[in-house]
Design a protein around this ligand. Sequence first.
Ligand SMILES: *Cc1c(COP(=O)(O)O)cnc(C)c1O
Length: 418
Amino acid sequence: MFKYDERIEKFAKTALEKAKPYFERIDEITEYNQQKVLKAFIDNRVSEAMFGVSTGYGYGDRGREALDAVVAQSMGAEDAIIRHQFTCGTHTLGTALFGLLRPGDTMLVVTGRPYDTICPVIGITEKKGQGSLADFGINYAQVDLNSDGLLNYEAIKKAVDEIKPRMVYVQLSRGYTIRKSFSVAEISKVAEIAHSCENTIVMVDNCYGEFVEKTEPTECGADIMAGSLIKNPGGGIARSGGYICGKKELVELCAYRYSVAGLGREVGASLGNTREMFMGWFNAPHVTGETLKTAVFSAALFEEMGFEATPKFDESRHDIVQAIKLENSENLIAFCKGLQSGSPIDSFVVPEPWDMPGYPNKVIMAAGAFTGGSTVELSGDAPLRAPFAVWHQGGLNFHSAKVGIMLAAQQVLRTMNK
Ligand SMILES: *Cc1c(COP(=O)(O)O)cnc(C)c1O
């Protein structure tokens, strides 16, 4: 059906054999998380009647309330709000930050410089006056990762003791850097340090982290966390939105920012989005497993081809992002073209490098998704500069994503042999 060079077939066969034991581990985690989510549906008596459409103010929307309860239980949290009105992950995280922090408070980020889109929310980029946390008198402090790219617990302890911040903030995922993602156990250690200070809360940017491990940060010390529904927890079905979960009184504060003081979570018409958010959440553990298999297979395949993968195929994973160092721009372009050609949507589109606003170098992207910008679907991004890495993530099912990865590998191989 799909034609591959003999060498690609051989590399893929070896890669798959190497990946097998890791697939078994992924299946075990998937099964556990899938049962956790199923149990949350059963315990909260989810029924078809809850898929009904609310309009206007959306008062007393039973589906919305039950979905919040399902999310809270799945994440081992006291409470949650999940809404299609959150426009993206950044908006959801920003809502939580503004909901929780007050003028004079300090936000202490302990995972180095945050994800690009979060910087303007905090106000650590040049743009002033857009209504960032800084504009409202909220202070910022940062503890960098150590030289190995790991959490610097000593420096975190020192900063917490000195600053007594209102919030310690952890970004679980590597985002588009070469550092490692952080485990729930590591986050739990940070929480222990942070909680030595009486009034400090721990917030986690959980983007790309949901359902990768058997436990979530809110089960292990985090007070609040947030993520995007066009990543893992939307299961490839939710078309937009985000969730916030954690301690009851904190989620309540975030809800006042999601709508407005006084109204909070009482308003917000579902407009018919409830069914697909339920369905997406239900599928999320399985889909996350498929994305992890895709990442492990890709790492093993490109390692067979002599490239460096990070994480390596046999390394532990705490997010769904895979980086492959491809050594030069030509290989990055070839990878993205190959990946795109194996997408279910827009397979015929040929991606080209472009000057993305805010980036010093050209960037090339591959995305052929049912949902615009969805990164739980197979997609890749590569800035054309050292270390010449492509970051790819997603794959709604391994069987189709495997094709995308193999076509990407084939395109790279052909470019190298030119
Ligand atoms: C994706 C992501 C965000 C922001 O999400 P958007 O939906 O792109 O706004 C924030 N932090 C991390 C680590 C992410 O991966």
